[in-house]
Structure formats: C-alpha cells, structure tokens
Design a protein around this ligand. Structure first.
Ligand code: ADP
Length: 493
C-alpha cells in the first residue's frame, strides 16, 4: 500500500506539493457535492414530472370511463359528448386514446386508424381483469396507461344473479401520452445547471488557488525564517505560531540550532585553549632565552639552569602536542580499534610497574586488588591508556605517603577498574568539568603539578570507544575514586 502510494507520488511529482494537494482537496470538496446535487435534482425532476402526469391522466381517465358507461359508449360510440371529451383529452396531453371493449375490439381510436380492429396485448387483457396499469417508456418518451371501464351495479339494475355493488368490466381505455414537455423542461433545467456548474467550476478553481496559497503561507514563513538563520541574520530562536505543526518543526529546529551553537562554542573554546596552552611554554622559553641574550657575561651555571628550564618547557610542549594528537586520532579513528584478547590483571601490573618510580618519589604505595582473573576482548593500547592516566592522576594529586588502590573485578558481562586515591579530592562543583579538554581544577595550584588537562578527556574517549562508562566519586580531603565499567566483549555498533 505504502509502496503503491510512493510510486504514484514519484510519478506525479506535483502531488508532493502541499499546495497542490490542498488545491485538489478544496476543489473536490466544492465540486463533487455540487455535481451530485445537479444530477440528483434533474433525475428527481423527471421522476416527479412523470408521476404527476400519470396520476393526472389516470384521474381524468376514470371520469371518462364513468362517462363511457353512462352513455353506453361501448355499444354505441356515436355520443358526441364522449367523443369530444376523448378528443379533447388526447389533444391536451398530446396523446392517443383507444377505447377497447370486452371482446378486444377497438371501439374508438382518436387517431382514427384502427377502429373496428381487434387488439390483443397482455396489458389490455390484464386491464380487462381489472388492473390499472401504467408504463413509462423513457426511450420513446411516452407514458402508456391502461384504465379498466368498470360498471358498478346499482340498486336499480341489481338482480338475484348480479347483486348491487358488483363490478362489471366492460372494456379498457388504452392511452399513451407524450412526456415531451417534461423532457423539454428537464433539458432546459440541465442546460441551466450546466452553465451554473461551469461558472462554479471556475469559481472553485479560483477559491482553491487562493485557499491553498493562504494555507501554505505559514510554511513559507518557516522556510524564510530558516533561510535567515542560514544566512546568519539571527541567533535567536525562531517561531511561527500559525499552526501547531509549524511550531513543532521550529521547536525541533531551535533545539538543533542550540546544539549546533554549543558545538560551535566548544570548538571555539577548544581552539583558543589549544593556542593558549601551546603559547605558554613558548612564551616562557622566549623570556628565558631573551634574558640570557640581553645579559653579558652570564655565568655558565645560569646558562645551565636556564637551559634546564627551557628543556622542561620543550618537554611540556611536546606532551601537550602528543596528547592532542592522541585525542584527535581517537576522534578520527573511532572505528579503527585494534581489538584483541587482553589480560586485564597482567596489563594493570605492567602499568603499575611503569609508574612505581614516580610513586616512589612521593612515597606513595601502589596496591593492586584483583579478586579474579579478567580476560576481555578490547583494544589493549587504549585500556593501557585508561589505566595509565587514572593511576598517574591518583599519584599526582595524592598526598605524600598516600596510597593508590587499583581494584579489578568482573561479572559475566562487564569488567570494572576502580582507582582509589587518598588525595585532596575534587571540589563538587568542578567534578562535572574534569573530563573537558584542557580543564584543570585549580589552575594556579596545578601549575606545580605537571599536566595538560587532556588526560581525562583522552581517558573518557577511550572508555566511550569501548561502549563503557566512567564515574567519579570524590570527597574533599579524603580522596577520589574513579570507576570504569567496560563490556567484557567489545560490542560493535
Ligand atoms: P591533568 O592531570 O593533565 O591536569 P586531567 O585531564 O588528567 O589533566 O585531569 C583534569 C583535572 O582533574 C586535573 O587537573 C585535576 O585537577 C583533576 N583530577 C584528576 N584526577 C584527580 C584525582 N585523582 N584527584 C584529584 N583531582 C584530580
């Protein structure tokens, strides 16, 4: 059904226009009832005309039939009065009257053609049995009426054999009257209504064009409003309240606009952050280099000290660039995960081993708690990235002599990595922002702790690529727990 309507729409492209559809609907709503009315009026006029004529003629024929009996016309057809009556009636209705007696002989023919002849027809015979018949011959346009000539026996003529009130049929009057005048009126009526209908046809076309155009105006307004947004004329939400439908369309559009604005803003912010973060080490290097250049006879120790600082800035710049590259690569190659079998426990141990020297500097204890062996189908490099970033942060933002506890667990569907530290925690109002690119909780304080603000953004990306979740729970002064939950078997989208 849908296929068929699709095909029709493809074939008649103009039907896809709302304006065209409205035009057709308005036109048909006006035209169909008027056409039906016209047909019904004309048809019922004809029926009614024929009925009226038939009953008129039948009534008059009954009177004439009484006169035929009264003047004994069937035995002697010379009665001037009756003949005049018959001829007058025939003229009046533009018809022919035959008076037929019980022996089927024609006593009178107003056309004077078959007088004295016999006539045998089913209608006449039925008439002789007392039936009042009539038949309308539409093709030849005449009404045929059979009226029995009935004598009701009066008290005077009654006898024992024929009691009073007996009805005796002496013959029939066979009449055919023309329906021409009815048909002529009908034709005049049809012609006039055809003219009215033609006028109505053009009027309806005009009304349908105007109506359809008025009804689609709000949609034109929607298009115009959207075009203005496209041309950058407005930033504000747009509204066209004429229809609930246009309101819905624009609600959805405004939401899209809002979302695009958020994306645009965050892209701008990201670009300005990147520039700022990349510029900072360069500015420091320039300051250090300039101070060496502008001073004479700088001792070698100072040179050495400044060069060490410059090397540290280069390292920082390098780290920012590497983090950015990791992030961009991850955005681009979401579908290019290197999925394989990963022993999560073994991988965590490797990462911990690598980070132990850094932990030792702050005298921090690294603890691994794993209740079971966890083997997952995942991207090993990305999981290692997640572990490294979380454990590195737990060390960096920990107190001296603190502890970092990494717990590995799994159920039948997911494995979890929990990294818990005994650091200062994250303020509640900033917890939601720590996954943003370049976001660092306390910028001035964080300066002392090396970092780019990209680590958690990278971690979150890696978790998302595995269709996992990452949550953080932190208590100021007590510590922070990061929990990562990832499906044991990598699910492709
Ligand atoms: P970076 O560590 O390079 O600054 P991250 O994206 O890894 O960047 O972290 C963002 C911020 O979140 C950090 O600057 C820090 O303020 C906060 N943070 C991350 N991990 C912890 C943690 N374990 N304890 C306290 N604060 C943390």
């Amino acid at each position: 059904m849908r296929e068929a309507s699709k095909k029709i729409l493809l074939r008649f492209k103009w039907l896809r226009s709302l304006r065209a559809r409205l035009f057709v609907i308005i036109f048909l709503i006006g035209f169909i009832p008027s056409a039906i009315m016209r047909y019904a009026t004309i048809a019922s006029y004809e029926d009614r005309g024929i009925d009226v004529r038939r009953s008129d003629v039948q009534n008059q024929l009954k009177i004439i039939a009484d006169h035929l009996i009264k003047y004994n016309y069937l035995l002697d057809s010379s009665s001037e009065i009756v003949n005049a009556e018959l001829n007058q009636m025939a003229n009046l209705y533009d018809g022919r009257i035959l008076v037929i007696n019980g022996a089927l002989r024609v006593i009178k023919d107003t056309y004077n053609l078959i007088e004295g002849k016999s006539i045998v027809s089913e209608q006449v015979i039925r008439g002789l049995r007392g039936a009042n018949l009539s038949n309308y011959d539409q093709a030849n346009r005449y009404i045929e009426i059979v009226t029995p000539i009935i004598e009701t026996v009066s008290a005077l003529n009654a006898s024992p054999e024929i009691p009073e009130g007996t009805e005796i049929i002496h013959g029939v009057i066979l009449t055919s009257v023309s329906s021409d005048s009815i048909n002529t009126t009908r034709e005049i009526l049809a012609r006039k209504s055809a003219i009215v209908e033609t006028i109505l046809f053009f009027l309806l076309i005009a009304i349908a064009i105007i109506g359809a155009n008025i009804l689609v105006i709000p949609f034109d307004r929607v298009t115009r409003a959207i075009s203005q947004v496209k041309e950058g004329l407005f930033d504000e939400p747009i509204t066209v309240t004429d229809y609930t439908e246009t309101e819905h369309i624009l609600d959805a559009f405004n939401q899209l606009l809002k979302r695009m604005k958020v994306i645009d803003d965050s892209r701008n912010e990201f670009v300005s952050n990147v520039s700022h973060e990349l510029k900072t080490p360069i500015t420091s290097m320039k300051v250090l280099a300039d101070s060496l250049i502008t001073q004479n006879d700088v001792p070698v120790e100072i040179y050495h000290e400044f060069l060490v600082d410059i090397a540290a800035e280069i390292e920082r710049e390098d780290k920012i660039i590497n983090d950015l590259l990791t992030l961009v690569k991850m955005d681009k190659s979401a579908a290019l995960l290197n999925i394989g079998i990963v022993d999560i426990n073994a991988l965590t141990e490797i990462v911990l081993k690598r980070l132990r020297p850094i932990a030792r500097k702050k005298d921090i204890e690294l603890v691994l708690e794993s209740t079971r062996e966890v083997i997952a189908v995942a991207d090993e490099v990305k999981i290692s990235l997640i572990l490294t970033n979380l454990i590195e942060n737990a060390i960096k933002y920990n107190k001296e002599q603190g502890t970092v506890t990494v717990t590995i667990n799994a159920d039948h569907q997911f494995f979890t990595i929990e990294v818990k530290d005994t650091g200062n925690g994250i303020p509640e109002d900033t917890v939601d922002r720590i996954f943003e690119r370049f976001y660092r909780v306390d910028k001035s304080h964080s300066r002392e702790i090396a970092g780019t603000g990209l680590g958690l953004a990278i971690t979150k990306n890696a978790v998302m690529l595995h269709m996992g979740t990452i949550n953080v729970a932190s208590t100021l002064g007590e510590g922070t727990i990061f929990t990562v939950k990832i499906p044991l078997n990598y699910i492709t989208k």
